[in-house]
Design a protein around this ligand. Structure first.
Ligand code: CO
Length: 504
């Protein structure tokens, strides 16, 4: 069999899996936006059938045979070629899928479904003991999963590799450690600073219909293409790249807060631009047509949300429009006061409501605890005590109850250990990429002030989006910025912003 034939067969098999996956995405999008409640049971059956079919097709031994042929061919000669990247990344995923025994996959699916239900009850009753046996079960299965995957160093590496291919705890921890120390220092400076933003400005009446108009016009200015995208309403906002020509985002509106929908929409539109910037016409179904990692995906959303959306030049352009739309709430407000309000920093219990400066501390805390649990250094029973102790150290406030502490996130009950670091990796990458974009385009902030965002978008497309999974995150970062990932660009960016706002 010629290598071309083998490669074509591999691609056509991967496309079939991707088509099934895109059907699942449409159903999943519908489930979270428009499906009537009564459709839940049928939808669960539909999605289970699709994922069963996908699994069957993707773990077909023929894929393994084709990969073995291709790994001996000239196609892998240049490791950065699209063919080599597709072969390498498909091998990675194929091995992952075929290494887990069927019995373990089923046990995990069943246990995490039940555990999520028990977690909801435990959180509602602020009762960690209720959740404890479930956390123990999920942890034991997760450790078995890591063993089945295999790893170097510690078992957490096998889990991290699920979300950030090739990334290790050694790399992550080195960066996170310094980041934590510097963030705690920054928070102390902010706490003792003389100035305080007036957050009540963004907590007034904000008509939902007008919020929608505003959000759409911001997404449009970013370059989110409504001919191949939609913006709908949901409870937990998300972005789904369904396939070529179809990328959808969602948001939720709070009539008494401007920030939620606005920055949520920018965040999801940032994810959407990445999906739209992938070369799916050519590479749909193959790793070259997919994002490099969850962390890189998050870097795109956070950049638009924070580096762009929470910058002053952005608001020099958009504030007059916001004032016209929300005359009663923003009419007499000064731009500087508004800018301070949307950048307010306040340590709080809940991760998903955290500001830019405290957000990463929430992540680092979770990462440290789940890593210790997987390693066997921390017993699930000791999680609340350890959580509260670290929370006090990092944030300077006492946790008042477990619902505001270690029971707040769904991840552990869902078996998603190894996922949390991707959020902070996203923030770190966003700052490092943005610093490089500023270096390449020194007048970028002036462009924002004039409502021009196309040059940033094209820069991202050219340097990041169009490469898909050609490079893994670590290599992509070096290719784009010339340096390995570091805490520095993010800390520099935050110091510049918050020292001005808080006057320290
Ligand atoms: Co995101």
């Amino acid at each position: 069999m010629t290598q071309k034939k083998a490669y074509d067969e591999l691609v056509s098999r991967l496309r079939e899996v991707a088509l099934l996956s895109s059907c699942g995405s449409v159903l999943g999008w519908d489930e979270r936006t428009y499906m009537p409640r009564g459709g839940g049971a049928l939808r669960a059956d539909q999605l289970a059938m699709i994922s069963g079919l996908m699994h069957e097709k993707f773990t077909d031994p023929r894929i393994g045979e084709l990969l073995s042929i291709l790994e001996q061919s000239d196609l892998v000669g240049d490791e950065d070629s699209p063919e080599a990247a597709n072969i390498r990344e498909t091998r990675h995923d194929y091995d992952r899928y075929t290494k887990l025994p069927r019995e373990l996959v089923e046990e995990l699916a069943k246990t995490t479904t039940l555990a999520q239900g028990e977690w909801v009850i435990a959180r509602k009753n602020k009762d960690f003991k209720h959740f404890l046996p479930w956390l123990e079960k999920v942890l034991a299965l997760t450790v078995r999963k890591a063993e089945a995957y295999g790893y170097e160093g510690e078992p957490y590496n096998a889990l991290l590799d699920n979300y950030e291919k090739g990334m290790t705890v050694e790399q992550v921890s080195a960066t996170f450690e310094i980041l934590r120390v510097e963030l705690v220092e920054l928070l102390n400076k902010i706490r003792e600073a003389p100035k305080r933003p007036d957050v009540s400005i963004v907590e007034r009446e904000y008509d939902v219909g007008r919020q929608r108009i505003f959000g759409e016009s911001v997404a449009q200015a970013m370059g989110y293409n409504f001919d191949s995208g939609r913006l709908d309403v949901t409870t937990h906002p998300f972005c789904t790249g369904i396939g070529p020509g179809d990328t959808r985002i969602t948001t939720r509106y709070n009539p008494k807060r401007l920030n939620d929908a606005l920055f949520g929409t920018m965040h999801e539109a940032g994810h959407g631009l990445y999906e739209m910037g992938l070369e799916k016409e050519t590479y749909f179904g193959t790793p070259m047509g997919e994002s490099a990692s969850l962390g890189i995906h998050e870097s795109q959303s956070r950049m638009w949300e924070n580096q762009v959306g929470r910058s002053k030049p952005f608001w020099r352009h958009f504030f007059p429009q916001a004032q016209r739309l929300f005359r009663d709430s923003l009419g007499g407000v000064k731009l500087d006061d508004f800018y301070a309000a949307i950048n307010n920093v306040a340590p709080s219990y809940i991760r998903v409501e955290a500001d830019e400066a405290t957000y990463n501390l929430h992540i680092l805390l979770r990462y440290e605890l789940e890593r210790a649990m997987v390693k066997g250094d921390l017993k699930p029973a000791d999680v609340p005590g350890e959580w509260d102790k670290r929370f006090k150290d990092y944030f300077g406030i006492e946790v008042d109850n477990v619902a505001n502490g270690c029971l707040q996130d769904v991840h552990w009950s869902a078996g998603l250990m190894g996922y949390f670091p991707t959020y902070s990796l996203g923030n770190l990458h966003s700052a490092q990429f943005f610093a490089k974009a500023l270096e390449d385009m020194p007048d970028l902030m002036d462009q924002f002030e004039q409502g021009i965002f196309g040059n940033l978008r094209e820069w991202l497309r050219k340097n990041i989006h169009k490469h898909g999974s050609r490079y893994r995150a670590g290599k992509l970062c070096e290719k784009v910025t010339g340096k390995p990932l570091s805490h520095k660009p993010l800390m520099d960016y935050m110091y510049a912003k918050f020292s001005e706002i808080y006057g320290f």
